[in-house]
Design a binder for this molecule. Sequence first.
Ligand SMILES: [Zn+2]
Length: 99
Amino acid sequence: MKDILELWKSRLGLNSWSINIEPINSEQVMMPDDIGDDDYFIGVSYDHNIHKATIYHDVPLDEASIVHELNHIIFPHVECGPWNDKLVGYLIAIHTEEN
Ligand SMILES: [Zn+2]
């Protein structure tokens, strides 16, 4: 997943960011951000001042969930939900056509 993260950092202009992926236990979840239903958690915390972010997850990550979390960094006002997921599908489609 680290390779996919680095690839999308580059594609989305986030090369100056240091972004970590951190697995967590479901019981630890106290984050304001989540996607999907309550059965799992994926979220990101980020700091635009120091260009650092951490993606937390308690289920295996896939490409779409990584792009979803990176969108939160790029567009801080975009919440989880249909808009973000449409954007994810759009971005992946563009880059799939390119390759
Ligand atoms: Zn989200």
